[in-house]
Design a protein around this ligand. Sequence first.
Ligand SMILES: Nc1ncnc2c1ncn2[C@@H]1O[C@H](COP(=O)(O)OP(=O)(O)O)[C@@H](O)[C@H]1O
Ligand SMILES: [Mg+2]
Length: 325
Amino acid sequence: MSSQTNQPLPDGYQLNNYTIEKLLSSGGFSIVYLARDETGKPVAIKEYLPAALVIRADGAEVKINSDENLAVFRHGLKCFFEEGRSLATISHPNIVGVENFFRANETVYMVMQYVRGRTLQFHIQRHRHEFTESFIRRLFTHLLNGLREVHAKKLLHLDIKPANIYITMEGKPVLLDFGAARQALTSDAPRLRPMYTAGYAAPEQYRNFDDLGPWSDIYAVGATMYTCITGVHPQPANEREKEDQMIPAKELARQNYSDDMYEIVDMCLKLDHLGRPQTAFELQKALMKDVKDMPRNEEEMVEETEVQDDSLAGRLRKTLNRKIF
Ligand SMILES: Nc1ncnc2c1ncn2[C@@H]1O[C@H](COP(=O)(O)OP(=O)(O)O)[C@@H](O)[C@H]1O
Ligand SMILES: [Mg+2]
């Protein structure tokens, strides 16, 4: 990865029907902006801008820094477009909504519903004592509603981690960043090497594609629950395959959880993908088992998260009201 940094579009820039308000985040592959549409509604716009391949020193247009990078850039651009197209087919309260995508400035833009909130990563760092067992079970039960929808559309996320899960001001988890979701389950889809994040990616993501499946996302969900419990991510799967030194969640837990909770996390983090829950629904059932008064169907579950006001959600709202807008 090149160390060069690209200039973001300036505040106030008019991008088709949208006005860029400010930079939200700048990563190695893309830049995310807060913008407004012509009615003044806030949206989040993600711009495809792989730092290693393109230069934008001044002006808005993107320039490819060498001929050989052009093919790679075009290929990535196609994938980014595919990401938008896949996401646009999903409409679910636990999945970030895509409203539009278009080409401009020699690159591609994806317009998403703007989610007001903070990443789960932020909360793991700031509210470390608040991750009670019942909160974790509820959070992930809801997130898995979204993941079930993703899998039903024959997509895999493949980059689930605390930084890609947003918690809205109402305490609802929303899955973001389908940049790695290019690996469709159907065999006629383009087979591309997915990206992965050490500590969260399943072992099969480091190997061939044949073993990828819903259970690969389940591994990442398990790793994310492990991080909620312990404050650190598990040993990366490729290292575990050489010598498994992953410290069990139970030994690092920052508060008390039931043995059943630890068993669920351990199962999700099995190196052998066949040992994990095979579907999001299976994991969801396991998470709901010990929770008293769990709602019976998805609608009730969604409603319940929106109105729940346990101490974390209450504090989130206060923090967020202060920091956003
Ligand atoms: N729809 C959205 N609403 C609000 N913030 C968003 C949205 N999408 C992305 N962001 C912000 O941008 C950051 C990076 O977005 P992400 O899709 O994860 O891209 P990256 O590929 O850079 O990781 C997120 O952590 C979040 O802070
Ligand atoms: Mg991300």
